[in-house]
Design a protein around this ligand. Structure first.
Ligand code: ADE
Length: 248
């Protein structure tokens, strides 16, 4: 029976899906994770949940201790990680409330430690990153999305920006021209680190806005992201529950 790590993003920092949850305070060589770990079961599988931005959303995307989060999950026995994230859509066909199963990233962050191998004192490490998201997990999630009846795009390239500000219109247009489908502030860092620790990782992104490239509507705002995420959180929870319960 696998242990599944869940990293809950904005709006799903604390999904209430675990039975008999206990909380665990852990420390890592990289410092404390963003939140206490909530450990319990869903179906017959063990689940460990971390709130990416802290339980009160107190950590900005730059401040999140991504290394501690991934390390803590690995150390507590997670066999894989499923992350949720809000994202902006860079494509007309990815509508508000749609889910996107990410398969590629473009890293546009600037101020984060995004590796466990800053020093090569003990030897050089260059981790392959051609296909960073786990294909078996993605296939399973897509199958579950069909069973739960939620609209889920089977692939998508995410561009992760540093934040906390949103993009300018010129940046948004540029990301579209680069082939990015959605935009967020966390996933590239997280999935790269998971690959360095060899933990299969998949991310379910929920589209909450059209960033600012679409000039026939007002640009994204944080208030709107939160509103759309709250409106759709139950669908994400239903999907997560099915994904975890049926994972072998
Ligand atoms: N998260 C949700 N919407 C976003 C956007 N437009 N840009 C960056 N991160 C986001």
């Amino acid at each position: 029976m696998p242990t599944i790590g869940i990293i809950g993003g904005s709006g799903l920092d604390n999904p209430d899906i675990i039975k008999d949850a206990t909380t665990l305070r852990v420390d890592t060589p990289y410092g404390n994770p963003s939140s206490l770990l909530r450990v319990g079961t869903i179906g017959s599988n063990r689940v460990i949940i971390i709130a990416r931005h802290g339980h009160s959303h107190e950590y900005s995307p730059t401040e999140v201790n991504y290394r501690a989060n991934i390390y803590a999950l690995k150390h507590q026995g997670a066999d894989c990680i499923i992350a949720t994230t809000a994202c902006g859509s860079l494509r007309a066909e990815i509508e508000r409330g749609d889910f996107v199963l990410l398969d590629q990233f473009i890293d546009f962050t600037r101020k984060r430690i995004n590796t466990y191998h800053e020093s090569f004192a003990s030897g050089a490490v260059h981790t392959p990153m051609a296909d960073p998201f786990d294909s078996a997990l993605r296939a399973h999630i897509l199958d579950c999305a069909g069973r739960v009846g939620v609209k889920c795009h089977p692939r998508g390239t995410v561009v992760t920006i540093e934040g906390p500000r949103f993009s300018t219109r010129a940046e948004s247009m540029m990301f579209r021209s680069w082939g990015a489908d959605v935009i967020n502030m966390s996933v590239a860092t997280e999935v790269a680190l998971a690959n360095e620790l060899a933990i299969p990782y998949a991310a379910i992104a929920m589209s909450t806005d059209y960033d600012c490239w679409k000039t026939d509507e007002p640009p994204v705002s944080w208030e709107k992201i939160v509103r759309i995420f709250e409106q759709n959180a139950q669908r994400m929870i239903a999907l997560l529950r099915m994904v975890v319960e049926t994972l072998k």
